[in-house]
Design a protein around this ligand. Sequence first.
Ligand SMILES: Nc1nc2c(ncn2[C@@H]2O[C@H](COP(=O)(O)OP(=O)(O)O)[C@@H](O)[C@H]2O)c(=O)[nH]1
Ligand SMILES: [Mg+2]
Length: 193
Amino acid sequence: MNLNNVIYVKSILNRRDTPQLPLPEVVILGRSNVGKSSLINTVLQRRNLARTSSTPGKTRLINYFLIDQQLYLVDLPGYGYIKKKDPLSEKWEHLLGDFLLKNRRIKLVLVLIDSRHPELPADSYSISWLIRNRIPFVLVLTKYDKLSKRDSTLLKKKIESVYPQVKVIPFSAKDRTGREDIVDLLQQSISCN
Ligand SMILES: Nc1nc2c(ncn2[C@@H]2O[C@H](COP(=O)(O)OP(=O)(O)O)[C@@H](O)[C@H]2O)c(=O)[nH]1
Ligand SMILES: [Mg+2]
């Protein structure tokens, strides 16, 4: 799969408007500002691909990118925009949950967690929700460059002990730590149909 061959497809509000092609999907989930757009741009080596589709007003939308006519990379709305006060609201479950549960083409969810705030209730909630619903996911620790060497090692160990069965990928859009790991996951997700 050629990661340089990528196009922005569309932004949708409703699951019914998902693109027509029956391709596998890798979905990106996380709070607003956690680094979703930056991850997409870093992994696909495009400076402004993700931002183009997340201009103000489009933040509640589900953004679709098509890689080499083979895989959709899907940028979900950040939790913060769905409900500001209570991320554990029924609304989250309704909007994102509906999308995640009823979309059988999802191969993997990348759950983005800010390395500096690894224990936010909203993130723990999403993780237990994914486990409960048996949706495959990995944890991506974003902004890893912001931690000291010591803190980053401690954090990775800690996350791995809290979620022993889960793959954990330290990631930085700044120094591109973890990019190759995510590229590998994208490649794998098209080969295991
Ligand atoms: N230092 C650093 N900053 C980052 C990283 N990823 C994102 N940011 C910054 O965090 C802010 C939010 O990133 P963005 O990708 O827009 O988050 P989104 O709302 O989840 O799409 C921006 O100011 C980014 O420049 C990273 O890996 N390292
Ligand atoms: Mg964004």
